[in-house]
Design a protein around this ligand. Structure first.
Ligand code: PLP
Length: 404
């Protein structure tokens, strides 16, 4: 039989967070090794569990959740999302502007498929959460990366962004708080980005899935609250703040100049109907999550687990000669820089593989986040302090050997 080949549409699509290095980690585990996984932002396996109240409410409602829901989602979940954004400064949002999905992931893919013609360009940050780039490519578009500046707290470089606009640019993606850098953008930075969008009539996609995971004095500004003359699609969900990534509950909110986006929204609504509806048990969790006690605040307070883990991981990373790291103000990741003079790395995937094989530590290479140079890594600071301490001690030994 002829070999069965994958579609050409997948040729430029990549998602290294769950890529080939993970396969090797699985193999090592099958051989009986314990691999310390600092590669995926999945809170529950690290004992960061969803609040009991959410789980109990879902169990209670489960018998009513066996049928399909409306394609845009259950009334209760959409109403809770609507109220959340009204309080966050998007006052005019209506229940009809809200689409529930199987996590933010499904909605990212859907929003790109409904928008792009072949060759249309979308501005995406570098580094990025790679699903954005992958979804643009899968939809026939071209992902054009604007640089974020490590010297300036990883804020987007507005001049670089401007220089990348062409007559095919349709949209701008903002990821704030950012994965993988942990940057949280001040209002002025967001306003400068929106000015670029305004000048070039770009639709703004704002991925705000970490909007409540903030440290120190960081404040999150909801991008869409800053203007009503542009078309905004805001993304968020329960996977991170409420630690229930497995329920696959996310949403997308349309706001601003909705009139201009009428045709596009018809496209999105059609795609939402084609997949019938999002997982209903996941939708059942939304109202309780958004309305109830916000237990995330305990985890990010200076005495909380996430805060302490961030402190430890950052200190230990920066103690390794030739490694520096902008301290994240949000989310659950660090994106340290390996000084090329100290570590002249050519292939960062190989580096990550070597770290895995030699020390049984799994991280993701920076180029997996569409960062142009092989001089960064991403690690997740979700493991408990003991495990982070072990992992970073081993990493320090690994990099010491590289320096010799
Ligand atoms: N957006 C960002 C920035 C993420 O980091 C992630 C997951 O890591 C997602 C979206 C996808 O989340 P979900 O579990 O809602 O699909």
């Amino acid at each position: 039989m002829k070999p069965v080949l994958k579609s050409n549409k997948l040729h430029n699509v990549c998602y290294d967070i769950r890529g080939p290095v993970l396969e090797e980690a699985r193999r090592l585990e099958e051989e009986g090794h314990r691999v310390l996984k600092l590669n995926i932002g999945n809170p529950a396996p690290f004992g960061l569990m969803a609040p009991e109240e959410i789980i109990q409410d879902v169990i209670y409602q489960l018998p009513d959740g066996s049928g399909y829901s409306d394609s845009k989602g259950l009334f209760s979940g959409r109403k809770a999302v609507m109220q959340y954004y009204q309080k966050r400064g998007i006052e005019e949002v209506q229940i009809d502007d809200i689409y529930l999905g199987n996590g933010v992931s499904e909605l990212i893919v859907m929003s790109m498929q409904a928008l792009l013609n072949n060759g249309d360009e979308v501005l995406i940050p570098a580094p990025d959460y790679p699903l954005w780039t992958a979804s643009v490519c899968l939809s026939g578009g071209k992902a054009v990366h604007y640089l974020c500046d490590e010297q300036s707290e990883w804020y987007p470089d507005i001049e670089d962004m401007r220089s990348k606009i062409t007559d095919r640019t349709r949209a701008m993606v903002i990821i704030n708080p950012n994965n993988p850098t942990g940057a949280v953008y001040p209002k002025e930075v967001l306003e400068a980005m929106l000015q670029v969008a305004r000048e070039h009539k770009l639709i703004v996609f704002s991925d705000e899935i970490y909007d409540k995971i903030l440290y120190d004095d960081a404040e999150h500004v909801c991008t869409a609250s800053l203007a009503d003359d542009l078309v905004f699609i805001t993304f968020n969900g329960l996977s991170k703040t409420y630690r229930i990534a497995g329920y696959r509950a996310g949403w997308m909110v349309v706001s601003g100049n909705k009139f201009a986006a009428k045709d596009y929204l018809e496209g999105i609504t059609m795609l939402a109907s084609m997949r019938l509806c999002a997982n209903v048990p996941g939708q059942l969790a939304i109202q309780t999550a958004l309305g109830g006690y916000q237990s995330i605040n305990e985890l990010i307070a200076p005495t909380g687990r996430l805060y302490r883990q961030r402190e430890l991981a950052h200190r230990m990373l920066c103690d390794i000669p030739g490694i520096s790291c902008v301290k994240p103000k949000g989310a659950m990741y660090m994106f340290p820089r390996l000084d090329p003079k100290v570590y002249p790395i050519k292939n960062d995937q190989q580096l990550v593989l070597d770290l895995l094989i030699q020390e049984k530590i799994l991280v993701v290479q920076g180029t997996g986040f569409n960062w142009p140079n092989p001089d960064h890594l991403r690690l997740v600071f979700l493991p408990r302090e003991e495990d982070l301490h072990t992992a970073l001690t081993k990493m320090a030994e690994f990099f010491e050997r590289l320096r010799k």
